[in-house]
Ligand binder design. Structure first.
Ligand SMILES: C[C@H](OP(=O)(O)O)C(=O)O
Ligand SMILES: [Mg+2]
Length: 296
């Protein structure tokens, strides 16, 4: 079906169709890994696109499941990679939103046992939530490690050190939350495979805060007044997180082919008889967000 800006659904748009779409939307949500950068390298043209949208008065926010660093650190990274107009308030990471979820929704009273990088701990501490101290006893093992006191919730994100094995917790009555559920990709800070392992180990289902959960959009809507889903465009590289997130929040969605998912996967979901799979079909597809730039 052709939408106002060209085909909606797995069809690439370009040129004037993209310009019409950019004109019509006033709120842009960008995924980070695979859309605006790969690790420490900006995707060609991405900084120009983002800076231009901001300078033309568009609202721009970043919605990342990469929980490895605190938002302050992202501000420096944006600046370093040429995204000179990005401020802290525009960054919604799964670690930041997990801290808001535990503080404002769960209203956690007690310690949170963090399984993940410092980015998670720093965001929790900035939200006023105490974390179980990491064990620095080199001799501590899973057999002789101490029991962590007063734990009310576990938050699991990407953890490349597995230090949590040096402390025990009673899993009884402990809320299990996670920043994401997708298997991690090289260089990205996803947490998915660790979450699945902990769900099995604790016989609990994790409450996932990151995309495709709607909660990150609720954080954005509470911090930016008057956000109208019909005026939003979610731009991502991963069908199962970014595009599903946009669908879950009632946003138009755009897949960029600079990251994880490919157009063939989206076309498979479009053809699927399972209607739930249609939520993973992007409204629009571009090769890269550099296609937003005027040709020539
Ligand atoms: C971890 C990484 O984060 P994002 O793409 O949401 O920035 C991913 O999900 O691949
Ligand atoms: Mg991504």
């Amino acid at each position: 079906m052709a939408g106002a800006f060209g085909f909606k659904g797995c069809q690439k748009i370009r040129g004037q169709q993209i310009r019409n779409l950019l004109e019509a939307k006033d709120f842009f949500l960008f995924d980070c890994d695979g859309v605006i950068w790969h690790g420490e390298n900006a995707i060609a043209g991405a900084a120009k696109v983002v800076n231009s949208l901001i300078r033309h008065g568009k609202n721009v926010v970043f919605v990342t499941n990469n929980c490895t660093r605190p938002r302050e650190n992202y501000v420096h990274k944006f600046y370093r990679l040429g995204f000179t107009d990005v401020m802290l308030e525009q960054i919604f990471s799964s670690s930041y939103c997990s801290a808001l979820y535990l503080r404002d929704v769960v209203k956690v009273r007690g310690q949170v046992f963090v399984i993940g990088c410092d980015g998670l701990r720093i965001e929790l501490l900035e939200a006023g939530i105490p974390c179980v101290e990491e064990e620095d006893d080199p001799d501590a093992t899973i057999y002789n490690c101490p029991l962590a006191p007063d734990v009310k919730a576990v938050l699991v994100g990407h953890d490349d050190k597995l230090t949590f094995l040096k402390k025990k917790i009673f899993w009884m009555n402990v809320l299990l939350t996670a920043t994401g559920h997708m298997p991690r990709r090289p260089k990205a800070g996803g947490s998915g495979s660790l979450t699945a392992a902990l769900e099995v180990a604790s016989s609990r289902k994790a409450t996932v805060i990151g995309k495709p959960s709607r909660f990150m959009f609720e954080c954005i809507s509470s911090q930016f007044s008057g956000v109208d889903p019909a005026q939003c465009l979610m731009v991502g590289d991963r069908l199962e997180t970014d595009i599903l997130f946009g669908s879950n929040c009632g946003l138009d969605t755009m897949l960029t082919l600079t990251g994880v998912s490919q157009i063939e996967e989206a076309q498979e979901y479009l053809k699927s008889e399972l209607t739930t799979n249609h939520s993973l079909v992007p409204d629009y597809v571009v090769d890269t967000i550099a296609d937003f730039l005027p040709e020539g």
